[in-house]
Ligand binder design. Structure first.
Ligand code: SF4
Ligand code: SF4
Length: 91
């Protein structure tokens, strides 16, 4: 299965609160912005207008890639509250 196919077997129960928060002040020293190209769900985008990374948590796959790759410690990362978040068919 390729990464696009994962959304065919994925559903969400979206929480009203984000389970990941970007501490934007810490992004100042980041030149790579790995989050913007490594997230398989494309939750991170660079905003030229706001000159910062924007984050949308709703499609998060809870894979942890962003947490591993962010070398500035800019992510306050938690799993969603119980009963919320991603569901993979067959799990
Ligand atoms: S990788 Fe981390 S520090 Fe860099 S832009 Fe993304 S969240 Fe900010
Ligand atoms: S945990 Fe995975 S899917 Fe969720 S925002 Fe981070 S990289 Fe994207």
């Amino acid at each position: 299965m390729n990464i696009e196919g994962i959304f065919d077997v994925t559903s969400y129960r979206v929480n009203t609160e984000a389970h990941i928060r970007v501490v934007h002040e810490r992004c100042a020293g980041c030149s790579v912005r790995a989050c913007t190209f490594a997230c398989p769900a494309r939750c991170y985008t660079w905003s030229e207008e706001r000159e910062r990374v924007e984050f949308a948590y709703e499609a998060c796959l809870e894979c942890g890639t962003c947490l591993v790759l962010c070398d500035q410690g800019a992510l306050d990362w938690h799993y969603p509250r119980g009963g919320f978040g991603v569901r993979f068919r067959g799990t």
